[in-house]
Design a protein around this ligand. Structure first.
Ligand code: IVH
Length: 707
């Protein structure tokens, strides 16, 4: 069959199944079948570049090209809504609407949820998405089409009797589940978590790299068509039509004939909002008929035919017991309020972040104050005020600590920074966090070296710095049987701490032994077993070739994140060049400002850091940019993989291929090496017979790393 015809056919087919899955919630085919169709399309499109279409389902994954957001004017200004907070204000709105319309006109209101994300304007032409623009200043916004195309819930093509050209608006949201996971990842990577799903959605939409946007799994609900469409006479009909064309309109809008009905809708959703997968912060009430809307018109800022009712953030008042100061990976100090446990929006809150000294000062908190805790869109509860009437006489104002609670070193607060820092590089939590960060997935990616293991190795004196990780191989026998005893409260239902994203128990591998003793607490003994030790040592060995960008990021230099690390590696290409660079040299990189350049220079000038880098180099950690050396140590070699390895075969296959080698399925005289895992069978026997060199995983990794 004609390949070009097949491309068109596949696009249509995939669009259909996307719609069944994301819009209708009624998938007809399984993931595997879907992926197969997608792969076929990808393959054919790569053979036919002339068929490129930004709206092809294959473009959903985004690109790595940088987005430069152009500013585009809105065809209809993006207005806001006036807010109301009480039933009285709604009654007031209703009377104004009645006064504005001919006497006796029956009024219908459409009630909808007020989604708490970031608004978007979509333009469809001939049924294809052509542009997506943020609200901006209401008159003009940023063209974020490339990013929006990655959102699965936004159809790239419509079907049915859609108008030739129209605009539809809605809200881009980050579901709670995605938000929680993203924040855990950010904390693990040493990045600042997002305060709430709204900020996370808005931040994601403005990312430069649309493939990262694609991975964030944003959601979108559409709620308003500003373009007049001849056949449509009311808002209700427009929503109905939009769903028919394949657009994602939330199903929970409702027609109401009186403010009493509106109020029931509000009460219902105020109660149920916790059950939704995405955040809402109120209800929007719209006059249904377009002719009535026209009669009512607009003020400079908002339509007179619609209003928002905002839910009250749930609050609770509780006693401040104490403030704990946590020392982070970079030495930043975070004050945390320990509260007398209080029930709030379905969970028990015991702690709340106080962020920094400015926040404490602004709240003017005194010791043992009764504080107001609120959960708005935020997952982490925050303290929004103090009940002054309950302050004990003579209570002292809370004063921010001046010395590090962990090591006693004087804290520093640099100009322009909100945070206090402990600058002692040997401060224990900094060391644990720094090593944990070094091993994290986006850094050196040493699986099995999480916080608890790092803690264990540090406390038993097995390591002191990141460089010591690479000496562990020679001390395998000392590691086997290392034990850690952890006492955890028996009943954790009363112990839900909202702002503690990572629980202790799940940081351990499944093959760590766990014994339970019940005495009000659970005592768990985690013991490192032979297999875990070997997996860990293999992971450490593999990490040597993580590459320069990963290494720079892994070093945990203040202000230097993942993407800056990539830029630095691409520009400087070697650790030696970084060690020799001046502040000016760093500043020449796009995106590296004064602050980051200084931080880099200070880091690489520090004697202790240079020692660590030397030890890493001596251990065989790759210090050059891998893109340059696109290694070829396996050039001309053919590998066969057999038996059970510590990771999937695909991963080993990838390693071999990146190093220039070939992977074959069967052993023959042409095979150079057999990589044999545990319980290898017939292939091992055949290779032995043919006299082919057999590698176990550890020697393979050593060979990969060039020793
Ligand atoms: S209608 C002219 N409907 O709330 C009316 N807005 O303060 C246009 N929002 O900027 C808005 N859910 O971002 C409308 N169901 C809904 C909404 C909604 C959330 C947001 C939107 C808008 C803001 C208004």
């Amino acid at each position: 069959m004609d390949e070009v015809k097949r491309i068109m056919e596949l696009r249509e087919l995939l669009e259909y199944h996307n719609r069944r899955y994301y819009i209708d919630n009624a998938p007809e085919i399984g993931d595997i079948e879907f992926d197969m169709l997608m792969h076929e399309l990808e393959r054919l499109e790569s053979l036919h570049p002339e068929c490129y279409d930004p709206n092809s389902p294959t473009c959903r994954v985004g690109t790595d090209l940088s987005n430069d957001f152009a500013t585009v004017p809105h065809e209809y200004p993006m207005l806001s809504l006036s807010n109301t907070y009480s039933r009285e204000e709604l009654i007031d709105f209703d009377s104004k609407v009645r006064r504005g319309l001919d006497e006796g006109t029956a009024i219908e209101y459409v009630c909808e949820l007020k989604y708490d994300g970031t608004s978007i304007s979509l333009i469809y032409e001939k049924g294809a998405l052509v542009r997506a623009v943020t609200r901006g200043d209401g008159v003009k916004g940023d063209d974020v089409t490339a990013n929006v195309r990655t959102i699965q819930r936004i159809p790239l093509r419509l079907h049915g009797d859609f108008p030739e050209r129209f605009e539809i608006r809605g809200e881009i949201l980050m579901p709670f589940s995605v938000f929680d996971r993203l924040n855990i990842e950010r904390v693990e990577a040493g990045e600042q978590p997002f305060a709430n799903p709204r900020n996370a959605a808005a931040g994601t939409l403005k990312l430069q790299n649309s493939s990262v946007v694609a991975k964030r799994r944003l959601d979108c609900y559409l709620y308003y068509i500003p373009t007049p469409i001849p056949a449509i006479e009311s808002h209700f009909d427009s929503l109905h039509k939009a769903s028919e064309w394949g657009l994602n309109v939330a199903g929970n809008y409702k027609m109401c004939n009186s403010i009493d009905d509106v109020w029931s809708y509000i009460e219902f959703w105020n109660e149920k909002r916790g059950e939704l997968p995405v955040p809402i912060d109120g209800v929007v009430i719209k006059v249904n008929s377009y002719s009535a809307q026209e009669q009512l018109g607009y003020t400079a800022k908002s339509p007179r035919w619609a209003i928002a009712y905002k839910f009250k953030a749930e609050q609770a008042c509780t006693e401040l017991l104490s403030i704990t100061y946590q020392v982070g990976r970079t030495g930043s100090i975070t004050p945390v309020a320990n509260l007398s446990p209080v029930h709030l929006a379905g969970t028990t809150v015991k702690r709340a972040s106080l962020h920094n000294a400015d926040v404490i000062a602004a709240l003017d908190i005194h010791e043992h104050d009764f504080v107001l805790v609120e959960k708005g869109g935020e997952i982490i509860p925050k303290i929004v005020g103090v009940d002054h009437s309950r302050r004990t006489e003579g209570a002292k104002p809370v004063e921010f600590i001046t010395i590090c609670p962990e090591c006693g070193m004087g804290l520093v607060r640099e100009e322009g920074e909100a945070n206090h820092y402990c600058i002692n590089p040997n401060c224990p939590p900094r060391v644990v966090a720094a090593i944990e960060h070094f091993a994290s997935r986006k850094a050196m990616n040493i699986e099995g070296l999480g916080g608890e293991i790092v803690d264990l190795l540090l406390s038993k004196g097995k390591i002191n710095t990141v460089a010591d990780i690479y000496t562990l191989r020679g001390r395998r026998s000392e590691l086997i049987g290392l034990e850690k005893v952890v006492d955890e409260p028996d009943d954790d239902s009363e112990n839900i701490v909202e702002d503690e994203p990572v629980s202790l128990a799940n940081m351990f591998d499944a093959d760590f032994e766990s014994r339970l003793k019940s005495q009000g607490t659970q005592r768990r003994v985690f013991r490192m077993q032979e297999r875990s030790v070997d997996n860990l040592l293999n992971a450490i060995e593999r990490s040597k070739s993580a590459g320069l960008a990963a290494l720079i990021y892994a070093l945990g230099i203040r202000h230097v994140g993942e993407s800056a690390s990539k830029d630095l590696a691409a520009t400087f290409k070697s650790m030696d060049a970084l060690l020799a660079a001046s502040v000016e040299d760093f500043k020449r990189i796009d995106g590296v400002g004064e602050q980051m350049a200084n931080s880099l220079f200070d880091f690489f000038s520090d004697f202790g850091n240079r020692m660590i880098i030397d030890s890493l180099r001596a251990a065989g950690v790759v210090m050059e940019s891998t893109s340059e050396q696109s290694s070829s140590q396996f050039e001309g070699m053919t590998f066969v993989i057999t038996g059970t390895l510590s990771r999937g075969r695909e991963e080993f296959k990838r390693m071999i291929q990146t190093a220039g080698g070939r992977v074959s399925d069967s052993v023959s005289s042409k095979t150079t090496y057999l990589l044999a895992g545990e319980s290898a069978g017939s292939k091992l026997a055949k290779a032995e017979k043919l006299g082919i060199t057999i590698l176990d995983e550890a020697s393979f990794i050593r060979m990969l790393n060039g020793n």
